[in-house]
Ligand binder design. Structure first.
Ligand SMILES: NC(=O)c1ccc[n+]([C@@H]2O[C@H](COP(=O)([O-])OP(=O)(O)OC[C@H]3O[C@@H](n4cnc5c(N)ncnc54)[C@H](OP(=O)(O)O)[C@@H]3O)[C@@H](O)[C@H]2O)c1
Length: 327
């Protein structure tokens, strides 16, 4: 048996219930992992509200770290007793122990603590594919400007540091002076308080009127259209989230006069579709963390049983950096 957080109906944080669930033996291609920590992510909110629909009841949680307890047939990259971590579908990391596909589970280097891993797998792999694979036609070179919304959040603070390591001039937006200071402290070249400043005007001024090569936009509805106005000709609009609500339909024709822009909607799960891709991206993330170039800030910790409060704080924009739940 395992304690787990489950929903039986879509809705607010009050739908999150601590229940006991049966955990069996791993089938072929699966492992059983006992969690030491799991991560909180904004996707957990979309799944709880039903914005991303799934069958119910649903055990939540997409990110975790712990020790492998059992290995199913055909799994060769993990052994019983291994320290391991993952960002993975299906959800279920809000638990003591679970059985899951082994494909997205990787061995954790000894130098990375369980709580650090739980705070970085989903967010760090996302920063990895955004900054290294979600690129404009002519790529990104050191010195190039990019705009990154929610720069003081979980994905945001990792992206600020990684962008600095890559030599990029990351312009970060964040809600309030304290969050802007945090983004700057973590490598953003500029920070804009988009709750009080016109971020389009600020981006134009910072880039000498040219605009940025890429906008990484996880805010969605509230920022999408203005983000397009921050791009230079042939720039790339990389939409990857909907913290303020989904991006409404828009006429593709508007991308022409704005400078022949490119628009993409990215999701981590396409990038980690194979074990090989997962491992390569995780190795890149582990290297940048072990080098010290990217530090994982865990600014909030909650007991697993207090997950509803964690969701309330995340949705109320009260959190910064990563949030870890401890079983
Ligand atoms: N597609 C993918 O592969 C992928 C993977 C991981 C994450 N994501 C997306 O990336 C974003 C960041 O994820 P995260 O887990 O690291 O969360 P987070 O950035 O720590 O938290 C979300 C932040 O969004 C900002 N925000 C702006 N408008 C908001 C609103 N109306 N309601 C709530 N928050 C609002 C807030 O920062 P300010 O107060 O500074 O505005 C808030 O702190 C999310 O949108 C998530 O869905 C996408």
């Amino acid at each position: 048996m395992s304690r787990a957080i489950q929903i039986t109906a879509f809705g607010g944080p009050e739908q999150l219930h601590l229940v006991d669930v049966e955990v069996g033996e791993p089938a072929a291609g699966e492992v059983r992992i006992r969690h030491h920590a799991c991560g909180l992510n904004y996707i957990d909110v979309y799944q709880r509200t039903g914005l991303y629909p799934s069958a119910l009841p649903l055990q939540l949680g997409m990110e975790g770290a712990g020790v492998i307890e059992a290995v199913g047939a055909g799994v060769t990259h993990l052994r019983v007793g291994d320290r391991a971590a993952y960002a993975s579908n299906p959800p279920g990391s809000y638990s003591d122990v679970r059985v899951m596909p082994a494909k997205n589970v990787v061995r954790l280097p000894d130098g990375i603590a369980f709580d650090t891993a739980a705070g970085m797998m989903l967010k760090g792999l996302t920063a990895q594919y955004l900054l290294k694979k979600t690129l404009p036609v002519d790529g990104l070179q050191p010195g190039d400007h990019v705009l990154f919304h929610a720069a003081a959040g979980g994905v945001g603070l990792i992206a600020c540091q990684w962008a600095r390591a890559l030599g990029l001039q990351l312009i970060g937006t964040a809600g309030g002076a304290a969050k802007c200071a945090l983004a700057l402290e973590h490598g953003a070249a500029h920070a804009i308080d988009y709750t009080s400043e016109d971020f389009v005007a600020r981006v134009k001024s910072i880039t000498g009127g040219r605009g940025v090569k890429v906008v990484y936009d996880s805010i969605g509805k509230d920022t999408f259209e203005r983000s397009l106005d921050c791009l230079r000709p042939f720039g790339l609009m990389a939409s990857f989230g909907n913290a303020s609500g989904p991006v409404p339909p828009f006429p593709v024709g508007m991308l022409g006069p704005k400078g022949s822009l490119y628009v993409t909607r990215q999701t981590l799960f396409t990038h980690i579709a194979t074990r090989e891709a997962t491992q390569a991206m995780a190795d890149d993330l582990f290297a940048v963390v072990e080098s010290g170039a990217v530090k994982i800030r865990i600014d909030q910790r909650y007991a697993l049983a207090d997950v509803a409060q964690a969701h309330r704080d995340l949705e109320a924009r009260k959190t910064t950096g990563s949030t870890v739940l401890t079983p």
